[in-house]
Design a protein. Structure first.
Ligand SMILES: N[C@@H](CCC(=O)N[C@@H](CS)C(=O)NCC(=O)O)C(=O)O
Length: 198
């Protein structure tokens, strides 16, 4: 098994954290720029996106949450779906909404126009980030003993990506409860080894 990733993608980080928490060795991770038309990535994934996982049989598995779904079935323990299922999936959905909105702005600004974040759609995405984080902060995922579930993984990935990409943005609000959650899991190898950097 091999995973194609980069050092910033929140989607790739979700897959990498899930793999690491399930005990997979990530030392074979191939880092590349998904915007660079790398032939290895294009061969495996016509969407040319990370994360792209290649099974030992050479089959590509893509999409962060599908990778997590596949993993959950493949290696059931430790489960990433512990806790009250409806709440956990609902919270993970909130975090994914924040991640999608951030990734959308970053793509617009970096690949289209530096002012894209101020466009009508850019401002909608900003609203999604602010409102999504407010909801998560009001009722954050809880971390008991054991492996963090998908709600915690996606919330912390969202938080760290916010810090990476929107550190100085005046519209970013404090998130003390999410910060406290982050402190509980930050030292876990799966989280520490995948911290995003530019
Ligand atoms: N829905 C996909 C999104 C993956 C994605 O958009 N990855 C970005 C990096 S953050 C990418 O590879 N972008 C390159 C492109 O869109 O061409 C997932 O959940 O894995």
């Amino acid at each position: 098994m091999k995973i194609l990733s980069n050092t910033t993608s929140p989607y790739a980080r979700i897959a990498r954290i899930a793999l690491a928490e399930k005990g997979f060795d990530l030392s074979g991770t191939r880092l590349l720029n998904p915007w660079g038309d790398d032939p290895a990535l294009l061969d495996l994934n016509p969407a040319a996106r990370v994360p792209t996982l290649e099974t030992d049989a050479g089959l590509p598995i893509t999409e962060s949450l599908l990778i997590l779904l596949w993993l959950e079935k493949k290696v059931p323990e430790p489960s990433l779906l512990t806790g009250p299922l409806d709440l956990v999936i609902s919270q993970a959905g909130l975090a994914m909404g924040v991640i999608d909105a951030m990734a959308n702005i970053v793509t617009g600004v970096m690949q289209m126009d530096p002012g894209w974040g101020e466009t009508r759609v850019g401002l909608r995405r900003r609203r999604s980030i602010v409102n999504g984080l407010r909801r998560l902060e009001a009722d954050p995922p809880t971390h008991g003993p054991g492996t963090p579930n998908v709600a915690i993984i996606t919330a912390i990935v969202a938080l760290d990506y916010l810090r990476l990409r929107f550190m100085d943005a005046l519209w970013v609000e404090p998130t003390p409860k999410l910060d406290a959650l982050r402190a509980l899991v930050a030292d876990r190898p799966a989280f520490a080894a995948t911290e995003p950097y530019l």
